[in-house]
Ligand binder design. Structure first.
Ligand code: DC
Length: 216
């Protein structure tokens, strides 16, 4: 069975998708981490965004692995590195390179082959797994998402400027929603979950109910 969870930046998809996968005994796939790895790889190889073909060729030589919440790029633990601001700034333009999306979509389908998975991203229900049994679109207002992200960073002892975070997030949402292929949008047959006033436990409970109702 495939469960897709799509939605905008900072909505908590990754956390709730991981919890859902654990509760159901499914594997979890974080596709945003794949795009982040591609952005990191292009930064480290000094390939400018204008040289899309080179970026794609380079990414094809790499190996993406996910061990629970840990992300490995060709064997190196990049879990924290891919969350840093230089990668976050570059990732949306990188995700607009269509041939790159096609490579990563192949990786995503390979990962899902023969498995029960919860996969999260932007296009999992609308483009990649159009036949998924259960499709969820998780959303929340930009202000709530930026507030959550700010609090998260402060709790980790890092500096966080709410206004800047909100501004960056709005820009990334716009780029993500307006790309010609793989844009952020709910699949027609998805269940839209608005999480503004819900604590994470309640979101998980709701998602579990939806998943159970779609089980064959
Ligand atoms: O979920 P995230 O913030 O880690 O995603 C990073 C970027 O990757 C985000 O700007 C959108 C892009 N992305 C995408 O285009 N398609 C996906 N399936 C997942 C992420």
């Amino acid at each position: 069975m495939i469960i897709t969870i799509d939605g905008p930046a900072g909505v908590g998809k990754s956390t709730v998708a991981q919890l859902l996968a654990k509760s159901l005994g499914f594997e979890f796939l974080n596709t945003g981490a794949m795009y982040r790895c591609a952005a990191l790889a292009s930064l480290e190889a000094n390939i400018p965004i204008e040289q899309a073909d080179k970026i794609v060729e380079h990414v094809k030589t790499l190996r993406f692995e996910q061990q629970g919440a840990k992300i490995l790029l060709s064997g190196r633990d990049v879990t924290a590195r891919i969350r840093e601001s230089d990668v976050t700034k570059l990732v949306s333009p990188i995700a607009s390179i269509i041939p790159l999306r096609l490579v990563l979509i192949d990786w995503q389908k390979e990962f899902a082959n023969g498995r029960n998975i919860v996969t999260e991203g932007r296009d999992q229900g609308s483009v990649v797994f159009t036949n998924a049994e259960c499709k969820i679109f998780l959303t929340a207002s930009p202000e709530i998402r930026a507030r959550r992200r700010t609090d998260e960073l402060i709790a980790k002892g890092q500096q966080a400027d709410y206004t800047q975070i909100l501004q960056d997030q709005i820009e990334r949402d716009q780029l993500d929603a307006n790309r010609p292929f793989g844009a952020l949008r709910p699949a027609e047959d998805s269940v839209v979950v608005q999480s503004d006033n819900l604590p994470i436990e309640a979101v998980l409970e709701l998602l579990l109910q939806i998943a159970h109702s779609k089980m064959p």
